[in-house]
Design a protein around this ligand. Structure first.
Ligand code: AR6
Length: 172
């Protein structure tokens, strides 16, 4: 199943490039310095233009597990939420990934945004296992959507077939 409903909200799995999505916000798999490097961040930087990094540099940084918001520059999405996932090996990775997911969703409600797309945070350059990421992120999203929220749609956007398969297995 590629979509489930939790109370008034939907969780949907899609495969592809997150920078092509038209949700109000897309999530960047960020680092604590908020310097847009490779992977999702690189794609956002290239397609979104320089204003996103400029806004990030003004904010200056956040903690691992935290999330901050900028505009989306030239992207279809109006906003980018920069969620800082853990680097594999630094300790307390599961808790930090859960916090990065929950803090993104809290920011969505604070800004009264209704639709967001996440990548598989930390599973690229940061080296976190995809199956573990699927477990943590899906359970955090379900937990959040089960309580009071105005978010209508949470998309989990997976880049590869195999990552999509692992998230799909976990959602079922
Ligand atoms: N759309 C969707 N998913 C993507 C895309 C895309 N365009 N490109 C890559 N992925 P990563 P991290 C997948 O490395 O591990 C950067 O330098 C990718 O296959 O983007 O959290 C930042 O600046 C993987 O499954 O993020 C940080 O320093 C997932 O997105 C650091 O990397 C996350 O991979 C963050 O590393």
């Amino acid at each position: 199943m590629k979509e489930i409903t939790i109370k008034n909200s939907k969780i949907r799995l899609v495969q592809g490039d997150i920078t092509e999505l038209e949700t109000e916000a897309i999530v960047n798999a960020a680092n604590a310095q908020l310097i847009l490097g490779g992977g999702v961040a690189g794609a956002i930087r290239k397609k979104g233009g320089p204003t996103i990094q400029e806004e990030c540099s003004k904010i200056g940084g956040t903690y691992v597990g935290g999330a901050v918001i900028t505009t989306g520059g030239n992207l279809k999405a109006k906003y980018v939420i920069h969620a800082v996932g853990p680097r594999m090996g630094e300790g307390s990775e599961d808790e930090k990934l859960k916090n990065a997911t929950l803090n993104t969703l809290k920011l969505m409600d604070e800004k009264e945004l209704k639709s967001v797309a996440f990548p598989a945070i930390s599973t690229g350059i940061f080296g976190y296992p995809v199956n573990r990421c699927a477990k943590i992120m899906i359970s955090a999203v379900k937990e959040y959507l089960s309580a009071e929220t105005k978010i209508e749609e949470v998309i989990l956007c997976l880049f590869t077939d195999s990552d999509f398969g692992q998230f799909n297995k976990e959602l079922n």
